[in-house]
Design a protein around this ligand. Structure first.
Ligand SMILES: Nc1ncnc2c1ncn2[C@@H]1O[C@H](COP(=O)(O)OP(=O)(O)O)[C@@H](O)[C@H]1O
Ligand SMILES: [Mg+2]
Length: 228
């Protein structure tokens, strides 16, 4: 399969007063189209940093991130925003839904930035909600939904521009075990439809749903294994 994202000797430093903290210390990683990858490791090991770099939300301090073979350092901030909006969907532990608008309006937000026509926006938002099994809640606001339902809305929002890559940072971290399983199952079925999925998790059960597990430690990939 084609390479979708490639990290080459990626270093990421965060400034800390007069000095800096090295969150990634030279990471090499290839994600192929159609893969389902889990990134695990203890808190502080650099998982979120790695995901943010793959999603073009951060720039590396050293090294390269390539998306479909394109070196992201060659893109302007506007070009990076366009790439994120059209090719990458993000899901977070805290859902990050806007509280004052309905589920479908939340799902439609990425299309606003992509300048999709209003009629098409609603149609596509509804289709994305249907995909995650939430059509009947389209007119509910986030506080009228359970945690699992809110996460489904967030997944629908991540899907609405039909991205090649779906990135999720501890997507089950705020959910009970059963709801978490359902969310993992949803990611699995999205992957089976051909979408590339990368999930950060410290739950072994979640990681076991992936095809490949990358274990991080102290800013480096410590171990990589394929799940049978
Ligand atoms: N914006 C930041 N400024 C300074 N340090 C940061 C920042 N973000 C993350 N870090 C540090 O980088 C390390 C890796 O963080 P992170 O990638 O969030 O790890 P994980 O997701 O595995 O818990 C941690 O020690 C964290 O404190
Ligand atoms: Mg994290």
């Amino acid at each position: 399969m084609n390479v979708l994202v490639e990290l080459r000797k990626v270093v990421k430093d965060y400034p800390m007063g007069q000095t800096f903290f090295r969150a990634l210390r030279g990471v090499d990683l290839v994600v192929r189209e159609g893969e389902f990858l889990a990134i695990t490791g203890p808190s502080g090991s650099g998982k979120s940093t790695l995901l943010h770099l793959m999603g073009a939300l951060h720039r590396p301090t050293q090294g390269q991130v390539l998306f479909e073979g394109l070196d992201l350092s060659s893109l302007s901030p506007d070009e990076l925003a366009l790439l994120r909006n059209s090719k990458i969907g993000f899901v977070f532990q805290q859902f990050h839904l806007l509280p004052r608008i309905t589920a479908w309006e939340n799902v439609a937000l990425p299309m606003l930035y992509a300048r999709v026509r209003p009629a098409e926006r609603k149609e596509r938002a509804m289709a994305a909600l249907a995909r995650v099994g939430l059509l009947e809640f389209a007119h509910h606001r986030p506080n009228q939904l359970s945690g699992g339902e809110q996460q489904r809305v967030a997944i629908a929002r991540a899907l609405v521009n039909n991205p090649k890559l779906l990135l999720a940072d501890e997507p089950t971290g705020n959910l009970d075990t059963q709801t978490g399983r359902e969310i993992v199952e949803l990611f699995r079925s999205l992957n089976e439809e051909g979408r590339t999925v990368v999930i950060v998790t410290h739950e072994p059960e979640v990681a076991a749903a992936a095809e490949r597990i990358v274990a991080m430690r102290d800013g480096l990939i410590q171990e990589e294994r394929h799940v049978c």
